[in-house]
Design a protein around this ligand. Structure first.
Ligand code: FE
Length: 174
C-alpha cells in the first residue's frame, strides 16, 4: 500500500512537470558563474581534482558527476524532452549529443544512440553493485555521465543512458 502511494506521488510529480520546459541554459547561466572550467568552445582536456570541482559545482551536479550517483528514474528534466538542439556536459561544456540521436526510451533517463563526435565521451568498466556495466564519462572533464548498453536502436544498437542533471540542453537557433 505504501509503495502504491509512493508510486502514485511520483507519477503525479512527473505529470505536473510535463508542462515545464527544461531550463534553456546559455553560457552565462548562473549554474556556471562559479565554474571557470566551463566552456562550449574550448576542447582542451581538463585534469581538475575533485576538491576543486566540489568548490565550483552545485552539489546536485557534483554528486552525480564526481561521486557517480544516479538520479531517480523519471525524475530528471530531459528523460521525456524532445527539443531540437545540442546536449553539453553540465560540468565543463563539452558537446556530447545532438537531439537527433535521442530516442524515446522507457527506462526513465534520457537515452541517445550516438555521441556528437567520437571522443565526446570515454568508457570504463564498472563492476559495482554486482553488475557488469560500461560507464560513460565526459571526454573533456572525466565526469560520470551514466552507462552505455547494447539494447539501443539502429544504426548503432547502443543506448547511452544518461543522467539529466549532468546535461545542459541548448536549443538550435530558429
Ligand atoms: Fe565534461
Amino acid at each position: 500500500m505504501k509503495l502504491k502511494i509512493i508510486l502514485l506521488s511520483m507519477a503525479m510529480i512527473t505529470l505536473s512537470c510535463q508542462n515545464n520546459s527544461p531550463s534553456m541554459s546559455n553560457e552565462k547561466n548562473t549554474q556556471h558563474t562559479n565554474n571557470p572550467y566551463y566552456s562550449r568552445t574550448d576542447t582542451t582536456v581538463l585534469n581538475v581534482p575533485d576538491a576543486e570541482w566540489k568548490k565550483v559545482l552545485p552539489d546536485s551536479i557534483y554528486q552525480v558527476a564526481r561521486n557517480k550517483a544516479t538520479e531517480m528514474a523519471f525524475s530528471g528534466k530531459y528523460w521525456k524532452f524532445e527539443g531540437l538542439g545540442i546536449y553539453y556536459c553540465a560540468v565543463c561544456g563539452n558537446a556530447l549529443f545532438r537531439s537527433d540521436s535521442k530516442f524515446a526510451s522507457s527506462c526513465g533517463w534520457p537515452s541517445f544512440f550516438q555521441t556528437i563526435r567520437k571522443n565526446s565521451t570515454i568508457y570504463k568498466t564498472d563492476n559495482t553493485y554486482g553488475m557488469s556495466r560500461t560507464e560513460v564519462l565526459c571526454g573533456r572533464c572525466n565526469s560520470h555521465l551514466g552507462h552505455i548498453f547494447d539494447d539501443g536502436p539502429p544504426p548503432t544498437g547502443k543506448r547511452y543512458c544518461m543522467n539529466s542533471i549532468v546535461l545542459d540542453f541548448v536549443p538550435d537557433k530558429q
